[in-house]
Design a binder for this molecule. Structure first.
Ligand SMILES: [Zn+2]
Length: 82
C-alpha cells in the first residue's frame, strides 16, 4: 500500500518584488509556500486559496501532487467557502 501522507513539512519564503528597471523600487512582496510529505517526500498541490476576513491568513486546500504533471495556476476558484 502507498503512503498515507499523514505527516507534513512546509517551507515558507517571503520575497521582495522590485521594479524591473529600477531594483531600488519595491513594488510588493510575495510569500511562497511549499508542502511535502515527511514520510515519502511527495509534493502537495494547492487548490482554491482563500483568506480569512482580515486577509492575515491564507487557507488553501491541498492534495498530493501527481509527479511529472504540471498543475494549472489559472483555475477559477469555486464560489463556495466564505
Ligand atoms: Zn507520503
Amino acid at each position: 500500500m502507498g503512503c498515507k501522507h499523514d505527516g507534513f513539512e512546509a517551507t515558507v519564503n517571503i520575497e521582495k518584488v522590485v521594479e524591473k528597471d529600477n531594483p531600488n523600487v519595491l513594488v510588493g512582496r510575495t510569500a511562497s509556500v511549499k508542502i511535502k510529505c515527511v514520510d515519502c517526500g511527495d509534493d502537495f498541490a494547492f487548490i482554491n486559496p482563500f483568506t480569512n476576513e482580515e486577509s492575515t491568513e491564507i487557507r488553501i486546500a491541498v492534495k498530493p501532487a501527481r509527479k511529472g504533471k504540471t498543475i494549472s495556476m489559472n483555475k477559477k476558484p469555486k464560489k463556495n467557502e466564505q
